[in-house]
Design a protein around this ligand. Structure first.
Ligand code: BES
Ligand code: ZN
Ligand code: ZN
Length: 482
């Protein structure tokens, strides 16, 4: 789908459908909307969509009256969703050319960027492996404004770059584990990097052995698929300040649980256990094009967690790259094991700030449901940066506690630490485990187990991978100021 901006009076816009925002309190009078408001058929409430054919006074064939709710509550996050819902609605009706009208104060760079994002995110369907060729796709989406702004085109371009990166992530997450093995994750990262002029290096099993990554390798040994540690580097031409951001993403291509095997019911979803890693690959694709002023390096430890004959057992003790020993109580708590070594490696590579994203625990879903990403940290300043980025991108995150007192929950009589805590506070003990490997480096951990996958479609997003938290990561890096 082509996305662009244009300056034109509403009545002259040529498109199969024109999306117009209608607010509750404004009671739109144009395009035949007055009758609809008067009869109570529409109210303008958020995400209400009404398609009008041959509306009076415009060149476009249809107008889609798009409910925007109350104007004082409307923001760019609402516009992103509304545009997504409108494009999905029109796409399902085989409409090919769409224009969105932004009038009044809504014609700003922030809103144009969000609208373009919404259109591309809404258009995405996880139907790659459906063979029927009755797919409906929109050809063009144009944001039309009455006035021109110096940077409107650039804002649309930024929206396209970010949404394409997020959709790239969603595509990767949706790949089944027979097609996306750790080696294929590495291949996808390599290809993305070469297309976007980034450096990419893949550490293999032998290199990881030399580095002493016993925690990561312990997880990998139950699978016939060899592991990979993918490293993608972005370096600015003129770096500003001394920060070097490290993005660490859990890349478990399938999580059976290993010997502590998961129940069969719903296990097919565990192909999304590499969503954290995929968001780092997607974020790097966007950053290569948006060029932040600090270096950013992504680290994606990728393994398959299988109960093969060589698999690690409960009770095994492994030595992580940092030198700490870990008693593996439950082989299903594998994410923290691979992240432990990746965090240590990222620190050794000179990262001054670390953000990890991982589908780490079922417990975060119990705590926060499917709405908020769980955020854990050892550094309030980095937490505030990440929360600010998330807020402006409409990705909801909630700070969780990580007091040192929780260390009492992680005690092993036989090794430095066990890989699981007790019954309570499972998302916190998982984060507490990671904290031991972030050590003194400012670090934020994002538990995306509840938010990386939508069990049901939303009006503005298809069922399946959400692409969270790609936008936040991109915003964090591009907004960085020392
Ligand atoms: N990948 C899972 C976490 C998960 C659960 C992601 C549900 C998405 C949806 C992780 O590796 C895991 O199995 N965690 C265990 C930890 C437990 C053994 C302490 C869990 O949450 O049950
Ligand atoms: Zn697991
Ligand atoms: Zn897992």
């Amino acid at each position: 789908m082509q996305t662009s901006t244009k300056q034109q009076p509403i009545d002259q816009i040529v498109a199969e459908a024109l999306i117009v925002l209608v607010f509750e309190e404004k009671k739109e009078q144009r395009f035949g909307a007055s009758d609809l408001f008067d009869s109570g058929e529409i109210s303008g409430k958020a995400l209400e969509l009404t398609l009008v054919h041959h509306p009076p006074g415009v060149a476009a064939q249809r107008v889609l009256l798009a409910g925007a709710g109350k104007s004082e509550k409307f923001d760019s996050a609402e516009l992103r969703k509304l545009t997504g819902a409108a494009v999905r609605h029109l796409q399902s009706k085989s409409v090919k050319t769409i224009a969105l009208v932004l009038e009044d104060g809504w014609a700003t760079e922030e809103y144009i960027c969000a609208a373009v994002e919404g259109s591309l995110l809404g258009q995405f369907e996880p139907d790659r492996y459906k063979t029927a060729n009755d797919k409906k796709t929109v050809d063009s989406f144009t944001v039309v404004t009455a006035t021109s702004g110096a940077d409107f085109e650039r804002a649309a371009e930024r929206g396209r770059i970010i949404a394409e990166a997020q959709n790239f992530t969603r595509g990767l997450v949706n790949e089944p584990a027979n097609r996306l093995t750790p080696q294929k994750v590495a291949e996808a990262a390599r290809q993305m990097a070469s297309e976007n002029h980034l450096e990419c290096e893949v550490l293999d099993q032998a290199q990881m052995q030399k580095l002493g990554m016993g925690a990561l390798l312990g997880v990998a040994q139950g699978s016939a698929e060899p592991p990979a540690l993918v490293v993608i580097r972005y370096r600015p031409q003129k770096p500003q300040g001394s920060a070097h951001l490290g993005l660490v993403g859990k890349g478990v291509t399938f999580d059976t649980g290993g010997i502590s095997i998961k129940p069969a019911d719903g296990m097919e979803k565990m192909k999304y256990d590499m969503a954290g890693g995929a968001s780092m690959i997607g974020a790097m694709q966007a950053l290569a094009q948006l060029k932040p002023s600090i270096p950013v390096t992504a680290f994606i430890p990728s393994v398959e967690n299988m109960p093969g004959s060589r698999a690690q057992r409960p009770g095994d003790i492994v030595t992580a790259m940092s030198g700490k020993t870990i008693e593996v109580i439950n082989t299903d708590a594998e994410g923290r094991l691979i992240l432990a070594d990746a965090l240590t490696y990222a620190r050794k590579q000179g990262c001054t700030h670390l953000v990890d994203a991982a589908t780490l625990t079922g417990a975060i879903v119990v705590a926060l449901g499917h709405l908020h990403v769980g955020l854990f940290t050892n550094d309030d300043a980095l937490r505030d940066r990440v929360l600010a980025a998330a807020k402006s991108e409409g990705e909801r995150m909630w700070p969780m506690p990580l007091d040192d007192d929780y260390k009492d929950y992680l005690k092993s009589p036989f090794a430095d630490l066990p890989n699981v805590g007790g019954r309570w506070g499972g998302a916190i003990t998982a984060a507490m485990f990671l904290k031991e490997f972030a050590e003194e480096t400012p670090w934020v951990h994002l538990d995306i187990a509840g938010t990386a996958w939508l069990d049901d479609a939303k009006p503005y997003l298809a069922k399946g991978p959400s692409g969270v938290p790609v936008r936040t990561l991109v915003r964090l890096a591009t907004n960085w100021k020392d």
